[in-house]
Structures are given as structure tokens and as C-alpha cells.
Design a protein around this ligand. Structure first.
Ligand code: SF4
Length: 126
């Protein structure tokens, strides 16, 4: 699985009971030879998780207000480095018409972002 996990070695070992050292085959965790969770893991602290939750709630409120004001443009993200959009996996092409020329080229472009820089920025702007 991809995503973020809590940076807690005990929880990691409960989530993947077969992991000893190295990469987990279940979750985005890497345990080094000393038995600690490595920076190669996709993990955040409890505080960072809480900051992310708070930020997400704030963002949902902001987006909800914008939608209620009539801002309903179709603007999926586009990860520049990977050349990926959510449209690749979406079943609603026929409804939104994004790929039929409507709103063409109006992606929300996401550059190469660093997880730590984002978490730092979120914590700063609470
Ligand atoms: S196909 Fe349309 S609804 Fe689906 S992710 Fe893309 S823009 Fe959004």
C-alpha cells in the first residue's frame, strides 16, 4: 500500500507482522539494521498527522465555500514529473467532458514537491 503511516515502530510491526528489516511488502515502511524506522519510509509523526487533518478540514471548508459561490470548474491535478492525472483512473469522463476538449489544458499543475517541505509549511501556517 502507498500513503502515509504513523512513524511508530511498534505500530509498523503490528501492521506488518512479518517484517524484520528492510522494506515492508505491506506498507510503505523501511526498518534499518538497527531496528528503527528509516527515512526511506513514508511516515509522519502523530503531530504531523494532526496538522494534516486540521489542514485538510480547513481546505475542505474553503473549497466548499468556493463551490457554493459557483466556482465549479473542472480542474484535475497533473503531476508534472510523473505526467499523471486522476483522469487516468476515473470513470466519469463522459460526465465531466474534461477529455473532450472542454476545459482543455486547465490542469492544476503540481511540480516536484517534497513531503518535509509541505509538512513544514502546513505547520507554519496553522
Ligand atoms: S475525468 Fe473528469 S471527473 Fe474524472 S478526475 Fe478527470 S476531470 Fe475529474
Amino acid at each position: 500500500m502507498k500513503g502515509l503511516i504513523l512513524a511508530d515502530i511498534d505500530i509498523v510491526r503490528m501492521m506488518d507482522t512479518k517484517i524484520d528489516t528492510g522494506f515492508s511488502t505491506q506498507i510503505p515502511a523501511y526498518i534499518d539494521k538497527e531496528g528503527t524506522l528509516s527515512a526511506k519510509s513514508s511516515s509522519v509523526t502523530k503531530k504531523q498527522f494532526e496538522d494534516l487533518q486540521e489542514y485538510t478540514k480547513k481546505l475542505i471548508k474553503q473549497i466548499s465555500k468556493e463551490i457554493l459561490k459557483g466556482k465549479i470548474e473542472v480542474k484535475p491535478y497533473y503531476k508534472v514529473k510523473q505526467g499523471k492525472t486522476p483522469c487516468e483512473y476515473c470513470a466519469y469522463h463522459s460526465i465531466c467532458n474534461f477529455n473532450n476538449g472542454i476545459c482543455k489544458d486547465s490542469y492544476y499543475y503540481i511540480g516536484n514537491v517534497n513531503k518535509d517541505a509541505i509538512l513544514e509549511e502546513i505547520a507554519k501556517n496553522k
